[in-house]
Design a protein around this ligand. Structure first.
Ligand SMILES: NC(=O)c1ccc[n+]([C@@H]2O[C@H](COP(=O)([O-])OP(=O)(O)OC[C@H]3O[C@@H](n4cnc5c(N)ncnc54)[C@H](OP(=O)(O)O)[C@@H]3O)[C@@H](O)[C@H]2O)c1
Length: 262
């Protein structure tokens, strides 16, 4: 079935930031946010890729090279957004990733990398944007269904995503006085660039994996970046104004139908 997009301009006049926006889920979400009427800043480390992605996404998207693990990059970004748009209404802290690494092969560098981008990067992103976030803003963090699972080789990655869910719940209280809502989304299987670049899978391996996993997904297909984008648009919009502190699982039902999962 073709993905049906939310067509109304529910985010008209809003300003959004998507980290990790040059590819995959970040790119698809930036697309949906822009379609819903928002002006969207997308950031990622490689300048050429992020600028190219912004051009592809259209005139209401601007790409800036930022490494979310570097405070000075994020401070420069906040200054730019402040100068150009005055404030931010929406942040989707999405930059991150990971791959299966057998426990006995996991290096100190792997641990630093996973915790660095998936936890420290998320904390620094939200903390650095706080002064330019409007009261009543919506913050959405990207977690993962792996936080509910015991997948071989994914222990550290999954634990970073459990931490992301926990950050969302704690920040709900920390930011309550400013009316800022904080939620996370947990995507299921969404074949992206990351399967090749982070997980070193070939196109054929990605296709084989997707074919195999479909039998475990009640809706009968794997996810698309835009599926996650639609959930983010909902959490960013007034339609979710009574929702904060949740983790919204967007996995076609995969983790809802097996014993042992939440
Ligand atoms: N795809 C899935 O099945 C799936 C499922 C559950 C959760 N997730 C989560 O969804 C998020 C996006 O995954 P994806 O599959 O869309 O990945 P992807 O296709 O590899 O895209 C990752 C994006 O993040 C950027 N990035 C990586 N490190 C960064 C850093 N330090 N600072 C700024 N940008 C950075 C990348 O660009 P540069 O390399 O140029 O920086 C790229 O734009 C991740 O947090 C991942 O854990 C994915």
């Amino acid at each position: 079935m073709e993905n049906v997009k939310l067509t109304s301009k529910v985010l008209e006049g809003r300003v959004a930031l998507v980290t990790g926006g040059s590819a995959g889920i970040g790119y698809g979400t930036a697309k949906r946010l822009a379609e819903a009427g928002a002006f969207v800043y997308i950031v990622s480390r490689r300048q050429e890729q992020i600028e190219q992605a912004a051009v592809q996404l259209g005139s209401s998207v601007r790409g800036i090279a930022v490494d979310v693990t570097k405070k000075e990059d994020l401070e420069r970004l906040a200054e730019t957004i402040l100068k150009e748009h005055g404030a931010l209404d929406i942040v989707f802290a999405n930059a991150g990733g990971g791959r299966a690494i057998p426990f006995d092969e996991l290096t100190e560098g792997d641990i630093d990398h996973l915790l660095g981008v998936n936890i420290k990067g998320v904390i620094l992103t939200i903390q650095t944007m706080l002064p330019i976030l409007k009261d009543g803003a919506s913050v959405i963090l990207n977690a993962s269904i792996t936080a509910d699972m015991g997948l071989p080789g994914f222990a550290v990655y999954a634990s970073t995503k459990a931490a992301v869910r926990s950050l969302a719940r704690s920040w709900t209280t920390d930011l309550k006085h400013r009316g800022i809502r904080v939620n996370s989304v947990s995507p299921g299987v969404v074949p992206t660039e990351g399967y090749r670049t982070e997980q070193y899978m070939t196109d054929e391996q990605v296709a084989d994996y997707a074919d195999r996993v479909i039998s475990e997904i009640p809706v009968g297909r794997v996810g698309t970046p835009e599926d996650i984008g639609d959930a983010v648009v909902f959490l960013a919009s007034e339609a979710s104004s009574f929702i904060t502190g949740i983790d919204l699982v967007v996995d076609g039902g995969q983790t809802r139908v097996y014993a042992g999962n939440n």
